[in-house]
Design a binder for this molecule. Sequence first.
Ligand code: C2E
Ligand code: CA
Ligand code: CA
Ligand code: CA
Length: 278
Amino acid sequence: AKENGKNNYQYYTSSLNLSNQRRMELETGLRNAINNNELSLHYQPQVNLVSNQIIGLEALVRWQHPKYGFISPAEFIPLAEETGLIFSIGKWVLKTACTQCKQWIDFGLPIESVSVNVSPLQFREKNFVSSVNQILEESDLPPRYLELEITESVTSNVNQALSIMKEIKELGVRFAIDDFGTGYSSLNYLRHFPIHKLKIDKSFIDEINQHKDGEEIVKTIIELGNRLRFQVIAEGVEDEQQLSFLKENNCYLAQGYFFSKPLPAEEIEVLLRKKIVE
Ligand code: C2E
Ligand code: CA
Ligand code: CA
Ligand code: CA
């Protein structure tokens, strides 16, 4: 037993070192990821449940690491936030998504919007508004096509968030509240923010047909969103039952593996040419 304990301990420390080493390598690698062309965007369709048309695409960043292969944004975005690399990565994502969207429009493809995730740090950065403006000009994308996904956490400083959002709204850009229901937000403040869309977090959608309380939360968010005249979209929809629950409860926009995984631009283009997702 003693020996076992010792082995466990050794195993534990060496795996700790390993993860420290991985972290350090990822940190160094992330600094060069943009220049080395290791970042790319995948796009996931947002679907209108009445017409079955794709109404928008969410851009999701991908990192192909030369040694470790695919690294999830759930791992490297927090790292980028800790190291300050989020600012350059965020700009790269925005620029790439806007340029891609403009190209699809020029091809005559039916696309209404591209949604880009914005880290709270990026959102609060001094030059955020002007860099959004600059990227829109450089990519020649009409601002109404751009939607920024922010989380409830940006509303912690109400006045600051409100003034940034108003300036960006002035440009013609829209806002979606991402992961809605998982963070802190005052419903009263929410009313005053220039928000276009509420995204119901996947964790609630997972509860459909599983837990009554979770279902009630989903219904309540949909009703709240509809009453405040936000668009309401369900994220992480994986099956038919979730879909019919959403429709029955007046949610008409959805995104999830049931329709499509996030796909590289070329594959999205094929879907857009078909116009309708099967
Ligand atoms: P998110 O914004 O909540 O994005 C939804 C995540 O759920 C994505 O994971 C997406 O691929 C995944 N997903 C979509 N539909 C389904 C489904 O039906 N089932 C399941 N199991 N998963 C589904 P992904 O791409 O790994 O991104 C994870 C998180 O990383 C995102 O969560 C977002 O917070 C962050 N992220 C991704 N790209 C960016 C970016 O460009 N900038 C910033 N700041 N954050 C990003
Ligand atoms: Ca998102
Ligand atoms: Ca989410
Ligand atoms: Ca289920």
